[in-house]
Write a protein that binds this ligand. Sequence first.
Ligand code: IMP
Ligand code: MG
Length: 178
Amino acid sequence: MSDKRIVLIDRDRIKDRVHEMGRELSGKFGNQGVIVIGVLGGAFIFMADLIRQANFASSIDFIWLESYDGTKSTGEISIRQDIHVDVRGQKVLIVDDILDTGLTLRFTRDHLMKMGAASVDAAVLLRKNREDADPTLAEFVGFLIEDKFVVGYGLDYNGRYRHLPDICRYSSTPDEPK
Ligand code: IMP
Ligand code: MG
C-alpha cells in the first residue's frame, strides 16, 4: 500500500494565521484570565504556537481523548486522561486541531460546563466544511477546509505524521480514505 501526501496549507500560511488568531484571542481575553485546555493528541503543536502569540494571562492544562480509528471517527469518545485544573467559575478556552463531526468539541464543552466552568469557548486550527456539523462549536477557526482527511502540524493518521510542518492531504491506496 502506498501513501500520498499533498501540501494543502504550508507552514508559512499556518504561521501567519496562527499569529492572527493569537491577536483575535488576545482581543477577547486580553485583560482577563482564561484557562486554556488542549485536546490531546492533536492539539499540542497548534496550542504551543497559539499560546505564544496570545498575550493573555492563562493557565494551561490538557484533556486526552480518543475517538478515531485510522481515518474514521468511531462515534464514541472516551477520556484517557482528564484535566487536573479546577475550572469552577473560570473562563475556559478549548484548543483542538480540527472540528470535523463536532463530537469531540461537543463532548469537551459539555464536560467542562459540567465541571463548573463559567464559560467555554473553543479555538481550532481547521474546520471541515460539512453540512452535518455545527459550526458554532468553535468560536475561533483558522482555516475552513474541504471534507478530506488531513495530516501534519499535530494531526495524525493512526499516530503517524504529526510531526509534518505543513497540513497535508493524506490518501493511501488501495484503501483510499475519503
Ligand atoms: P470530531 O469529533 O469528528 O469533530 O473530530 C475531531 C477529532 O478527530 C480531532 O480532534 C482529530 O483528532 C480527529 N480528526 C478529525 N478529522 C481529522 C483529519 O482529517 N485528520 C486527522 N485527525 C482528524
Ligand atoms: Mg484530536
